[in-house]
Design a protein around this ligand. Structure first.
Ligand SMILES: [Zn+2]
Length: 64
């Protein structure tokens, strides 16, 4: 865990500080215990979660 740097939102072109960790897994390419994480700012949290949910990849959204 890197604690000295502020996580930045994973949305394309967004440089805002992230407040959420969007946890997902693609069962076609990842083993079940594998967890992929996208960082999300307040503005993009909904968008990223929706994107993953539509594909059945979303697991949960954690507060950072
Ligand atoms: Zn963002």
């Amino acid at each position: 865990m890197e604690e000295t740097t502020t996580p930045v939102c994973s949305a394309k072109g967004c440089r805002q500080a992230a407040s959420y960790a969007v946890v997902w897994n693609n069962p076609k390419i990842h083993t079940p215990e594998r967890e992929k994480i996208w960082m999300a700012c307040e503005e993009h949290r909904e968008w990223l979660a929706h994107f993953l949910k539509a594909r059945g990849f979303l697991r949960r959204v954690d507060d950072l």
